[in-house]
Design a protein around this ligand. Structure first.
Ligand code: G3H
Length: 192
């Protein structure tokens, strides 16, 4: 592909409450991001003809709702499944599942939530998405933190141990341009 644009969804109600997973709507600030995103995209895609990919979760769909491009929803782009910890805060997880909390800290890439997924699982589930990305021209992905980390690590060839800690800020559009060796990158922060 020529360019891959990616962004996390706008701030969600769960982000505000410090909860993971779920299918919460955007917060007021997240809605603001959805409002300014069309201009941020338009100003930075040049004359690219883009298609927007979202997950099936409402926070990505709401973030993309004002974008005037063709859209596609992918179940494979849904956030890492936290299993029994879905909807909990990190504090609650540490209280209720202290061993799991420590194990995740020891090996975040391989740790699999009870009844849920690991980052390794997500990398495997993203394989078809990456294959399709490689075939397509210009795509804008509105995704989730763990998902964007995996895609970002793939295009920058970052090692597995680093992947779960990559900083992907909210309300920022990332442009990746794969080159013969490596990948160029630009970031555009929303004025909100
Ligand atoms: O639950 C999904 C979060 O976006 C990933 O955050 O893997 O750093 O806990 P974390």
């Amino acid at each position: 592909p020529r360019n891959i644009f990616m962004s996390r969804h706008g701030e969600s109600q769960y982000n505000v409450e410090g909860k993971i997973g779920g299918d919460a709507p955007l917060s007021a600030r997240g809605m603001k991001y959805a409002q300014v995103l069309p201009a941020l995209v338009k100003d930075n895609i040049g004359d690219c003809e883009i298609t927007v990919w979202t997950s099936t979760l409402q926070r990505t769909i709401q973030t993309a709702q004002n974008l005037p491009y063709q859209k596609l929803t992918w179940k494979s782009l849904d956030e890492l499944d936290a299993g029994v910890c879905d909807g909990m805060t990190y504090e609650e997880i540490e209280d209720e599942y202290p061993d799991d909390f420590a194990n995740r800290d020891d090996d975040k890439f391989n740790y699999r939530y009870r009844g849920g997924e690991s980052y390794r699982d997500v990398v495997v589930r993203l394989e078809p998405v990456i294959m399709e990305l490689e075939r397509q021209a210009d795509i804008l992905i509105i995704g989730h933190q763990a998902i964007i980390r995996c895609l970002y690590a793939y295009f920058h060839s970052l090692p597995q141990q680093e992947l779960p800690y990559i900083n992907i800020p909210l309300h920022t559009l990332i442009k990746l341009t794969p080159k013969a060796y490596g990948c160029d990158e630009e970031r555009y922060k929303a004025p909100i």
